[in-house]
Design a protein around this ligand. Structure first.
Ligand code: FPP
Length: 243
């Protein structure tokens, strides 16, 4: 009898390789991002089918502002387009949309769209879809540290009460299960200031496949590899304590 595979509760994905995908086809980089958006749609649908609880996608990092202005504005336009186009269908499919990151740098129009989309879907009980937009792992740690510092400064808590648990609860996504698996497409082996605090014990999976070519089968493959990993969370191997 085959053993049933364990479906991770929380999967986070660094969607890399859109630009190279387009260049390989002699197309503009933005057409790679458009193709990437189609993959987002497929992977979100599949994640919901698999009953993954939380899917977190790195759409726009706090460093992406350094790209040429036309690419930045294309990425932001694509985000607005996707929000407009997909929000009804996400809501119908019981998906809760949540944006993580410093949205204050976006236009008022986009900030309102984000707030409305979150409000519309906030009571949905299916897949939680976190989109990281103007997100950076260091920014997230810093904003938590500032909240804690303020609580100490106002006497709400003492310095000793600034515990790991309190700190964690001020980080983005603290209300969701821990990240089990991080997938990075596009052949680079780094985290690029995506989740830092939250992936302390996550399994990491890297694939050379460019994001627009990522699909259900490759997602399955990542989950299968995740199933071969033994997670010890700093403890011992199951049998090691017998020695
Ligand atoms: C990295 O590829 C990808 C991004 C910076 C943006 C990801 C955006 C999408 C998948 C489309 C929009 C998604 C949403 C949720 C609206 P890259 O440009 O770094 O590729 P390269 O490494 O080949 O240059």
């Amino acid at each position: 009898m085959t053993q049933e595979r364990y479906i991770p509760s929380h999967v986070a994905i660094i969607m890399d390789g859109n630009g190279r995908w387009a260049q390989e086809r002699n197309q503009m980089r933005v057409s790679g991002h458009r193709a990437g958006l189609k993959t987002v749609r497929k992977i979100v649908t599949y994640a919901a089918t698999l009953k993954i609880k939380v899917l977190t996608l790195y759409a726009f990092s706090s460093e992406n502002w350094k790209r040429p202005a036309n690419e930045v504005s294309a990425l932001i336009s694509l985000f607005i387009y996707a929000l407009n186009r997909e929000i009804k269908s996400l809501n119908k499919n019981n998906v809760r949309l949540n944006i993580i990151g410093d949205i204050s740098r976006f236009s008022e129009h986009l900030q309102n769209m984000i707030i409305n989309a979150q409000n519309l879907t906030k009571n949905n009980s299916g897949l939680v879809l976190n989109i990281a937009a103007n997100y950076g792992g260091r920014w997230d740690i810093l904003q938590s540290a500032k909240k804690m510092a303020m609580q100490v400064a106002t006497g709400e808590i003492t310095l000793d009460e600034m515990t790991e648990g309190r700190f964690a609860s001020a980080m983005c996504m603290s209300e969701f299960p821990e990240v089990d698996l991080v997938i990075r497409t596009g052949g680079e082996y780094r985290i690029s200031n995506f989740l830092l605090w939250q992936i302390a014990y996550s399994e990491l999976y890297f694939t050379d496949t460019l994001w627009p070519d990522f699909n259900q089968n490759l997602f399955d493959e990542a989950i299968n590899v995740f199933n071969t990993r033994e997670r010890r969370f700093g403890g011992l191997h199951n049998k090691e304590h017998l020695c």
